[in-house]
Design a protein around this ligand. Structure first.
Ligand SMILES: Cc1cc2nc3c(=O)[nH]c(=O)nc-3n(C[C@H](O)[C@H](O)[C@H](O)COP(=O)(O)OP(=O)(O)OC[C@H]3O[C@@H](n4cnc5c(N)ncnc54)[C@H](O)[C@@H]3O)c2cc1C
Length: 444
């Protein structure tokens, strides 16, 4: 047992877009005043805001400027950080089970542990969903973590270096990338890759001709890119992608991923050296029916409007791992809050207030999702999106500098919640300066 007894024990599992904001703000308030013991458990040592993963994968982001070390964050913000992957839950004993943690050489760093809680917040995010498509596990990369993104970036740079050093003609799949899933992740990755592959080649790999040799394919089963967003946005995005030279394949269902490409259900084969699976969303498998809690077919924990699990008042769930009702969705027909960073951010703020109320013995308030719209970054070329809200009376498509500013502000809100205004402003300034003095694309 690795949790002190005495004050109210709040355990947050998952230090991502929602969980780390919550741990920081709870630590700064209840933790600092000794009113609660706040513990954050995460399977990684550092936090990277997930919507930035495509920038790591394409090599356009300096990771060290954006990574947050959990131990340091915990020290400065009065919470405890414990490393490890949650594998089980005992609701009767109010204990979370965490697997042993091993280092890169396989040596045990921490043994299996249990953490007692009075209030538990599940914030473990989601994974992509390959729906059992053959070959994905063996031949496709995913974009779920920093390690995935770094692996992709290393393979991409190596593919360029290999092609440059080769004396024989390129094979059909060489320097071709296939991205499966044209949601925000796939679209953003396609646009960034278009730019960064050209920059890598421009560093002296002059035997590669980017226009002729490099090809980025974006594959989508639905009839348009960004199928979850309004059709006007899809059309604008598709035109921009095509202008860049990205090959967009809609109505294209993937039957299998092969060692040298993607097999489509209609019989076509798209040769590709690098395949990224960026489609579907599901919560981690171990959540399915965990400790008798209600979960849906995507293994998300079903929560009430208060963000408490339907079957346990002491368990909250936020962000992508929660199935939270959104009564106003689909013109009032109802639906669920979408898996987005803005939802995780809002829910972290809501649970912060509810935990305070819980400690004070007050009734909890319902959470209402506020949809501010969606923004998709097409690298340096453009940002497109739609703004939602009562003030503008529905959905308004935006593009260009204003959309870019809104897109950047989502990350700034996250940084503000983690570091406060002075550090956020100084970090932003430091990055602007280093962008002017350092190469734009990472080569390792
Ligand atoms: C490439 C990419 C681009 C995206 N772009 C956008 C965008 O532009 N706009 C937008 O709104 N959304 C975007 N999203 C979605 C957005 O990132 C998520 O909705 C958001 O991060 C969800 O936050 P979360 O706190 O629920 O989970 P996450 O941010 O995913 O954090 C989950 C945390 O839990 C930890 N964890 C997982 N399992 C365990 C376990 N068993 N034990 C311990 N720790 C665990 C993980 O290490 C991680 O730190 C994007 C997602 C991806 C992958």
């Amino acid at each position: 047992m690795d949790t002190p007894r005495g004050s109210h024990r709040i355990v947050i599992v998952g230090g991502g877009a929602g969980g780390l904001e919550l741990a920081t703000r709870l630590g700064d308030t209840l933790g600092r005043r000794g009113r609660a013991e706040v513990t954050l458990i995460d399977k990684n040592r550092t936090h990277v805001w997930k919507p930035k993963l495509h920038e790591i994968a394409s090599g356009s982001m300096d990771l060290s400027a954006h990574e947050v070390d959990y131990l340091a964050q915990a020290h400065w913000h009065h919470f405890r950080y414990r490393i490890g992957e949650m594998t089980g839950l005992d609701r009767e004993r109010r204990e979370v089970r965490v697997a042993p943690h091993h280092d890169a050489e396989g040596r045990e760093v921490t043994p299996e542990r249990v953490f007692g809680y009075d209030t538990l917040v599940m914030a473990i995010g989601s994974l992509s969903n390959d729906f059992g498509t053959p070959g994905v596990g063996e031949h496709a990369l995913k974009l779920e973590s920093k390690a995935d993104a770094q692996r992709f970036q290393a393979r991409m740079v190596n593919a360029c270096i290999r092609a440059h050093a080769q004396s024989t003609p390129l094979r059909p799949e060489q320097l071709h990338v296939a991205i499966i899933g044209a949601g925000a992740t796939g679209v953003e990755l396609a646009a960034e890759l278009h730019r960064t592959t050209r920059e890598v080649v421009a560093y002296g790999l002059d035997r590669v001709d980017p226009e002729k040799d490099i090809q980025v394919n974006l594959i989508e089963a639905a009839d348009r890119v960004l199928p979850a967003l309004p059709p006007r946005l899809s059309q604008a995005t598709e035109s921009l992608l095509r202008e860049l030279g990205v090959m967009v394949h809609t109505d294209a269902k993937v039957a299998a991923v092969l060692a040298d490409g993607v097999q489509l259900a209609d019989g076509r084969k798209l040769p590709a050296e690098l395949v990224v699976w960026a489609a579907g969303v599901k919560a981690p498998d171990f959540l399915k029916d965990i400790a008798g809690l209600e979960t849906n077919r995507h293994h998300q924990l079903v929560v009430r409007q208060t963000l408490q699990a339907t079957r346990d008042d002491a368990v909250f769930a936020i962000g992508d791992c929660a199935a939270c009702p959104w009564p106003e969705a689909n013109g009032g027909k109802g639906g669920f809050v979408p898996p987005r960073a803005q939802a995780a951010h809002q829910q972290a703020s809501h649970v912060l207030a509810q935990i305070r109320r819980r400690l004070a013995g007050q009734p909890l308030k319902p959470y209402r999702y506020r949809d501010f719209g969606s923004l998709v970054s097409l690298g340096e070329f453009s940002t497109v999106g739609n703004m939602m809200g009562g003030l503008i009376g529905g959905s308004l498509m935006i593009e260009g500098a204003f959309a870019r500013m809104m897109y950047v502000s989502l990350y700034k809100m996250h940084e503000l919640a983690l570091h406060g205004f002075p550090k956020m402003a100084l970090d932003t300034l430091a990055r602007l300066i280093s962008r002017r003095t350092e190469p734009h694309v990472k080569l390792h």
